[in-house]
Design a protein around this ligand. Sequence first.
Ligand code: ADP
Ligand code: MG
Length: 178
Amino acid sequence: MPPRRPAIDIISHSPDQTRQLGYRLGRHLRPGDIVLLVGQVGAGKTTLVQGIARGLNVEDYVQSPTFALAAEHAGRTVAGQDVALYHLDFYRLEGVADLDTFGYEEYLDDESAVVAIEWPQRLPPATLDTYLLIELRHLSDAKRRLVFRPAGNHYSEVVDGLRAEVFGAQPRSNHSRD
Ligand SMILES: Nc1ncnc2c1ncn2[C@@H]1O[C@H](COP(=O)(O)OP(=O)(O)O)[C@@H](O)[C@H]1O
Ligand SMILES: [Mg+2]
């Protein structure tokens, strides 16, 4: 697995702020992108996906795919390209057999879709080598810490673009190569 460098470390003070951050992220994503969301129940993973969905012009209401492991939404990128958003949630995954039955590879391999995955730790190790990992942590009632760790050059660029927008800074140019 390539090194993961924290690239954005930010506190959200409300569900709306988390959605707004997701919205901005969604506008930087393109078909084929994979976003991994790690954090306890209530950390804000689904809330962030709601924002990502808005950033991808998804009109459906996005909620946790409670009984299914996956939900599919039709959207469009900023560039006007049709894109599917696959929202996967492995919280209720029982084991390897379940994962195999589910056929998750088809989602991950679909280059025409953005894939957002809650509980990606339940995937077999080394399933993915490039992705944007976002860790969410509950700090207090409405405070959440979000840490973005891009793995791979493309995701570093995505995060650079997002950081410039959120913090108004110039993108950094000193990436270690991965
Ligand atoms: N800053 C925040 N960001 C995200 N959610 C927040 C925040 N503050 C409070 N919340 C609440 O925490 C809960 C997060 O739920 P959800 O997004 O479903 O979490 P997860 O998918 O990680 O289990 C929601 O009820 C949301 O309103
Ligand atoms: Mg959730």
